[in-house]
Design a protein around this ligand. Sequence first.
Ligand SMILES: [Zn+2]
Ligand SMILES: [Zn+2]
Length: 284
Amino acid sequence: MVRRVRPRRSPDTHEVIEAAATRVTFLGHSSVVIDIDGQRIITDPILRPRVGPLRRTTTIPHGELWSDTDAVLISHSHWDHLDIGSLRLIGPETTLVVPRGLATHLLARGFRRIVELLPGEHHGVGRVRVQATHAEHRGFGPPVGGTERSVGFLIEGTTGIYFAGDTAFFDGMSELDIGLDLALMPVWGWGPMVRSSEHLDPLMAARAIAVIRPRWAVPIHWGSLHPVGLRRLRPSTRVDPPHQFAQLVRRYAPQTRVRVLGIGSRLDLRPGVPASAGGAAREP
Ligand SMILES: [Zn+2]
Ligand SMILES: [Zn+2]
């Protein structure tokens, strides 16, 4: 199948892994641009230097990287995933795909094209199927308050991608072993430590990859956001987690290849055969 990739100016830093079919561009933290089957989809966009109590410590992504967006996927309402100012930069007419319960908050702020999904429900973005998945993570708290859900998303077109949102490890991850091309996997938090009941650290993220068995994995949710006032604490936590994850995946999930992307860097991939059964995962 031939798919259309929109012409874009290439960032200076990029790596073409395979002949282009789907283009994935990392904007920092959980913000990822996915150009797939003629659609541009962005996950959890944070495009401003500060959101609530968090300060961005890396480059603000150039607008050309996220212009002309067709749909925004919001995993949950925490500061580092839902930023109204960033959504306004993208445009109030863009379709927002959100967990069930979040529409009221967004309607009150002027957004009109909102699709609410429960885990298992799906929505079409052009020919791309977007399905909400379970996430083991409490979505309530500032800035929204309330008890909104957290979800992840399966993005399925010519290629299949899993965006985990925020989640801890959960048993149902084995249901995501469906021959995915790529998993966008959180490997850290936004401070000096992560809570294992709510998030994945590099080891648990690698265990998740061993269960899901995508062809490729890209670590997200690291390095770009830190609480104001904590910038000088343990700077290694802003740098090391994705590389620790890559090492652990080589050990526990050798069927999957990891690519650590910097801000504005991209991965081009095309559909391929599912990860082989060879190189079976071992328990840590
Ligand atoms: Zn969260
Ligand atoms: Zn988060």
